[in-house]
Design a protein around this ligand. Sequence first.
Ligand code: COA
Length: 144
Amino acid sequence: MHINRVCLPENYTSLFFMNLYQRFPETFIVAEENGKIAGYIMCRIETGISNFKLLGIAKKGHVISIAVLPEHHREGIGSALMQEAMKAMVNYKAKECYLEVRTSNLSAVNLYRKIGFEVARTAKGYYADGEAAKVMAKKLPFAK
Ligand SMILES: CC(C)(COP(=O)(O)OP(=O)(O)OC[C@H]1O[C@@H](n2cnc3c(N)ncnc32)[C@H](O)[C@@H]1OP(=O)(O)O)[C@@H](O)C(=O)NCCC(=O)NCCS
């Protein structure tokens, strides 16, 4: 919760964090460096219309929040958190992964593109301050 508050304007109650942790523990992951938490990712597994038309209705892993402390940026932690969460999504039978990202958040957009995400659509006025979100999605390569 501390890292979330330091890094992002979208903050949540402890109940919200605990709910995601209890329902989807395998995709709630922290990165540690020398025994201290440097970053986290938390996700939800949903059933709905696929971001990839041919799949129809699909189970999807939705990245709700990911952040890494500024002093640990560019060490590969964000990529590692994404890769581990995507592997775990397959355990919940998800076929694809998606997320929303501010159109201005170039570091995050670059990270997602680098690991194979594509922009599925733009959601106008998605954030509380009116900024649009890019909805980015990727088929899960390890899907059974
Ligand atoms: C986005 C974020 C999680 C990336 O974490 P990270 O641990 O620094 O990412 P990585 O070290 O794994 O970087 C992977 C790739 O992302 C891209 N990237 C990361 N930071 C970048 C930056 N400042 N500028 C441009 N590209 C960047 C690069 O392609 C990078 O690969 P490279 O280092 O080989 O060039 C981190 O910047 C962060 O916590 N930001 C604040 C919170 C946030 O925006 N969360 C996402 C909300 S959708």
